[in-house]
Design a protein around this ligand. Structure first.
Ligand code: ATP
Length: 239
């Protein structure tokens, strides 16, 4: 069986500055893989290149197909879905409409969209309670839930999550990661970019540490969480 995502020798540059340099990354179906690392390491750049939003050099295959041959709409149709760091919600629209727009790429029939909507509301009761509320009046945690819920409306196979814990209080972070872990049980694979290394490594199966655009360490998430170099740099020395 081929890997779900296979990135080989990826390079991404902004002008003359290379932000991602020679990255190799593999994901198997059903895995949560995390990319951790400090500010400016190139994590967002890596995700944006994988999602087809930035030009890159190297090779990327999704389910055995060369990603460079699939435009953004084709990627979404094949279940490849990015949840960007800035969430990109429609602030003036109610929660329900934001969710329904998530199903747009598939142009599925009304009954199916309704079923997906009910699934999302079952997973995120807070969104169900707030279905008529405008997105720009939600709390940070609720907005993150809405971004995740909207992504799920597209029935993804691979979710690319950029810093889902950004700016959230610790209790909400725990809730978001619980939800992320529960998605794996539904068969969704997740590429999780995070600065919150501890929470990311607790949730993921495998991890990569990115430093100045290059992979400095990688391994099963529980091994990385016990690696003294990772602990001293990213986990604050307490374990
Ligand atoms: P953070 O955790 O702070 O979001 P990151 O690991 O996601 O950081 P990137 O946002 O990918 O890092 O940035 C990697 C490098 O590329 C940084 O040095 C950044 O300044 C640079 N960079 C990012 N976007 C651009 C851009 N549009 N133009 C020029 N340089 C950029």
């Amino acid at each position: 069986m081929s890997s779900l995502l296979e990135i080989k020798d990826l390079h991404v540059a902004y002008g003359k500055v290379e932000a991602v340099r020679g990255v190799n990354l593999v994901m198997e179906p059903g895995q949560i893989v995390t990319v951790i690392g400090p500010n400016g390491a190139g994590k967002t750049t890596l995700l944006a290149a994988a999602a087809g939003l930035l030009r890159s050099r190297g090779s990327m295959a999704y389910d055995g197909v060369d990603l460079q041959n699939l435009d953004v709409e084709e990627r979404v149709k094949r279940g490849f879905c990015l949840v960007p760091e800035k969430r990109e919600l429609f602030g003036d629209m109610p929660v329900a409409d934001n969710l329904i727009l998530g199903a747009y790429a598939h142009r599925r029939n009304g009954t199916e969209v309704k079923r997906s909507l009910n699934d999302v509301y079952a997973r995120f009761p807070r969104l169900a309670e707030r279905r008529t509320q405008k997105a720009n009046t939600l709390s940070g945690g609720e907005r993150q839930m809405l971004a995740l819920g909207r992504a799920l409306m597209s029935r993804p196979r691979l979710l690319l999550l950029d810093e889902p814990s950004l700016g959230l209080a610790p209790l909400i972070v725990r809730e978001i990661f619980r939800i992320v872990a529960s998605l794996r049980e539904t068969g969704v694979s997740i590429l999780l970019v995070e600065q919150n290394a501890r929470a990311a490594l607790e949730t993921a199966d495998y991890g990569y540490v990115l430093e100045t655009g290059e992979v400095s360490h990688q391994g099963p998430a529980d091994e990385l969480a016990h690696d003294p170099r990772v602990i001293s740099t990213y986990l604050g020395g307490q374990n």
